[in-house]
Design a protein around this ligand. Structure first.
Ligand SMILES: [Zn+2]
Length: 315
């Protein structure tokens, strides 16, 4: 069987607001509803932020607790990943929700520039967050905004500060950080395999390059991420809808290429481990991103939606 592809949905993030795209879910009810729709369409990991009533980002453990309760009820078996990102708080406030023991939490292991500020992750804070995740048996998703972060993650794993195998997300396309660059993407994979051969990885493209990273990641055998946190636009002239039109195409393509896909697999999976690295094999052998169905046999157009990609480059 081919290697399963895990789809993470980042439904809210800390930046997009209703005025950017009315579909961005900001209340807890909206977040649960949006995540459930993605879950039923095949997403396995929910990457979660919470917001204050004025839409500003928050690290409030009570809000995270209520969100987790809703997701556990409406998305049984979905892996819940809480963000410890730096826009939602300062210092240890960023990890105040970790005692809730989510399945996963994001962990930035180094600093870098963001569009208008420094994304500061001091060694002391990184070690504290990693310790907390170890103590509460939370699987970290390493946010690699830079090549040095991959090296740092491997070092922390060698030191026993992060439990192996690593789960690393390559984040590309953030202004002033690593751009979406194919040779660098390839070198990321090569470096991670060399330093941590048992590691799993995921690709996330921010902004206009979201779908490009999805394609590269799936084609290279990795996992990938989608959602309005990373991109609120469908194309240059229109906003991304709450339930992107590709979901339905995705499901039909998956069904047509994998008889093992239907949701019963998720129920079987939820009775076992909830960690992406040691979960039972997820029998997803094809996904559709945008209008492109990508399966183990290669690439083909699903023919359902408009497409802006040059398929000639995808073989
Ligand atoms: Zn996030």
């Amino acid at each position: 069987m081919s290697k399963p592809c895990i789809i993470c949905v980042a439904i809210t993030g800390s930046l997009p607001r209703k005025e950017n795209n009315p579909a961005v879910p900001v209340t807890l009810d909206e977040q649960v509803e949006s995540t459930q729709a993605a879950f039923e369409a095949g997403a396995s990991i929910a990457h979660c932020h919470v917001r204050n009533d004025d839409q500003s980002p928050s690290s409030d453990p009570d809000r995270f607790a209520r969100l987790m309760e809703g997701l556990n009820t409406h998305c049984p078996g979905m892996i819940i990943q809480l963000s410890t990102g730096g826009r939602s708080g300062a210092g240890r406030e960023r990890g105040a929700m970790l005692p809730l023991k989510p399945d996963m939490a994001s962990l930035a292991v180094g600093s870098n520039n963001f569009p208008t500020r420094v994304y500061e992750n001091s060694p002391q804070l990184v070690e504290w967050l990693a310790d907390e995740m170890l103590a509460y048996d939370i699987k970290p998703e390493i946010e690699a905004f830079d090549l040095s972060h991959i090296h740092q993650a491997a070092t922390l794993a060698e030191q026993g500060k992060i439990k192996a195998p690593l789960y690393v997300q390559f984040v590309m396309g953030v202004k002033n950080a690593m751009p979406v660059d194919k040779p660098t993407f390839g070198f990321y994979i090569e470096t991670l395999k060399r330093l941590a051969p048992d590691a799993h990885w995921c690709g996330a493209g921010i902004g206009a390059n979201q779908l490009i990273l999805n394609e590269w990641s799936i084609a290279a055998g990795g996992h990938t991420r989608t959602g309005l946190e990373d991109n609120v636009r469908w194309d240059k002239t229109s906003l991304a809808p709450p339930m992107p039109p590709w979901w339905s195409g995705w499901r039909s393509c998956v069904r047509s290429t994998s008889a093992r896909w239907p949701p019963g697999n998720r129920r079987a999976r939820s009775s076992g481990s909830r960690r992406p690295d040691d979960s039972p094999q997820r029998p997803l052998t094809a996904v559709t991103i945008g209008c492109i169905a990508i399966c183990t046999e290669g690439f083909h157009k699903c023919g359902i939606h408009r497409c802006s990609f040059d398929h000639r480059n995808l073989a």
